[in-house]
Design a protein. Structure first.
Ligand SMILES: Cc1cc2nc3c(=O)[nH]c(=O)nc-3n(C[C@H](O)[C@H](O)[C@H](O)COP(=O)(O)O)c2cc1C
Length: 196
């Protein structure tokens, strides 16, 4: 894989303070997903906001994963993962998979329904969208790894409002589902963003 690393004069490479960067990133609203890894009893997963599409043809996406996370070794071992895009019905799922409450591995999956598609990785039955992915490439950089996933299959479920994370809060994002109020562009009119 080609990569371009810009060499910056050490004198100019002051960087920004960790707290400044962390605080700034809180302004970046992100859709909340759970990345699931492993198969059978050897499963785990983690809450993420770093999912983004890479290309449509072929269907690929990227997610950045902390290499200290318990999901990382399983992702590398099995070479597959799921991306489960959460709705507001899954706030509790988001919290369990963020490690809150001290649950780990298969314990995080309790209380929700999971299905398999092609790869065998567990996918959340009611997710807004569940992407079944095969690892295509990994770039290990600093504390994290950028994982490129080839989408093998996907499953679309409900039209529930999306779960969004912004300024350290979970928010619900919905639009007006009444087609008569669609804007001139034909796109749905954002209706509400509220804290849950
Ligand atoms: C809203 C939210 C978004 C997160 N996004 C990411 C992410 O994109 N990448 C990541 O590595 N960790 C992310 N995390 C942290 C992981 O969910 C958390 O570190 C992990 O589940 C706990 O690791 P463990 O499995 O080792 O307990 C996020 C946490 C929250 C609450």
């Amino acid at each position: 894989m080609n990569s371009i690393v810009r060499r910056i004069d050490e004198g100019l490479r002051q960087g920004v303070a960790v707290d400044d960067f962390r605080g700034a990133m809180r302004d970046l609203a992100g859709g909340v997903s759970v990345v699931t890894v492993g198969r059978g009893d050897e499963i785990s997963g983690m809450t993420v906001t770093s999912v983004s599409s890479l290309s449509v043809e072929p269907a690929t996406l990227i997610v950045s994963i902390n290499r200290q996370a318990s999901s990382w070794p399983l992702l590398k071992k099995h070479g597959v993962f799921g991306v489960n895009v959460l709705s507001i019905e899954h706030r509790d799922v988001a919290e369990r998979f963020s490690g809150a409450g001290g649950l780990s591995g298969a314990e995080r999956f309790a209380g929700a329904e999971w299905v398999n598609l092609v790869s065998g990785v567990p996918l959340l039955a009611g997710a807004l969208v569940a992407f079944d992915c095969e690892v295509e490439h990994v770039v290990e950089r600093h504390s994290h790894a950028i994982v490129i996933g080839r989408v093998l299959d996907l499953r679309i479920s409900t039209g529930a409002p999306a779960l969004v994370y912004w300024q350290r809060q979970y928010l619900a994002l919905d639009h007006d589902r009444d087609s008569s109020t669609r804007s001139e562009t034909g796109l749905p009119t954002p209706k509400a963003l509220w804290q849950i």
